[in-house]
Design a protein around this ligand. Structure first.
Ligand code: GSH
Length: 264
């Protein structure tokens, strides 16, 4: 069997979704840690691998797969034990819907718009810097012009959104109804798709854990089923392997801070 290689970043939500599945399936993988704060993801060699310049990217048996949901579905097909997709087609549809709900929610804008203190300052400044850096990269690498142009457009929209307090407030207002939907489901079933843990639970582990960081989800105590669901997710060994221990190595963080604040 050829090795699984994963390009990922510390504390990246989309990377965590894949790392959770790797841990659930107890798979060995080779790690390529990408420093988003020094913009390694925008370097030509990485853009060639992942045209959107984002993490994660999976390499396996000569295939390059670049979207977290496509990657986790692929891993489930290639390594079916334990199976993380329900066998009942109706439940499969339900799983797709739950995956879709979190995929359509603009977590990136919500996170970068809501983070406070130094963390928020670093992250927002890094997006501003991307906007400056991308035209230079585009000019220096004409063969990747299209990719860089698309990335620049995306980053401009991202930068605008996170500095627009009304837009962030609008997005924040969508969190509670989404959690209510989850509460309604979880008052009826242990997991999102019935009695078996599935890929829908994996992706929501990463999303709920992240939302919980900057929004006191349980303050009003109105979602007891969701609260106990998140506690169950956190007690799985995969949570520890993929999220709890997912801290940026100090030298990487320091070079990131140097780059973001001093431009070096
Ligand atoms: N749809 C993609 C989104 C990937 C994504 O946005 N990754 C973030 C980290 S969670 C990233 O690489 N951000 C850096 C950037 O966009 O410059 C997926 O699910 O894999």
């Amino acid at each position: 069997m050829m090795a699984i290689e994963l390009y990922h970043a510390s504390e990246s939500l989309c990377s965590q979704k894949v790392k959770l599945v790797l841990a659930e399936k107890e798979l060995q993988w080779k790690s390529h840690l990408v420093n988003l704060l020094t913009f390694e993801n925008l370097q030509p060699s990485y853009m060639q691998l992942n045209p959107k310049g984002v993490v994660p990217t999976l390499l396996h048996e000569g295939r390059v797969i670049t979207d977290s949901v496509t990657i986790i579905r692929y891993l489930n097909e290639q390594f079916p034990h334990p199976l993380l997709i329900p066998t009942d087609p109706a439940l499969q549809e339900r799983m797709d819907r739950w995956i879709d709900v979190q995929n359509r929610f603009p977590m990136r804008e919500v996170m970068y718009g809501n983070y406070r203190s130094i963390e928020g300052a670093v992250l927002r400044r890094s997006v501003q810097m991307k906007e400056k850096l991308l035209p230079q990269l585009m000019q220096a690498n004409p063969e990747l012009r299209q990719q860089y142009a698309a990335k620049l457009e995306d980053v401009q929209q991202w930068n605008r959104a996170i500095h627009n307090a009304d837009e962030i407030a609008n997005l924040n207002a969508k969190i509670a109804p989404m959690l209510d939907q989850l509460e309604a489901q979880l008052s009826q079933t242990t997991w999102l798709c019935g009695n078996h843990y599935s890929l829908a639970d994996t992706v929501w582990t990463a999303v709920l854990n992240r939302l919980d960081k900057f929004n006191d989800l349980w303050a009003d105590q109105t979602r007891p089923a969701l609260n106990s669901y998140l506690n169950q997710l956190k007690s799985r060994p995969s949570f520890n392997a993929a999220i709890q221990s997912d801290r940026m190595p100090l030298p990487m963080l320091l070079s990131g801070l140097r780059r973001v604040f001093l431009g070096m």
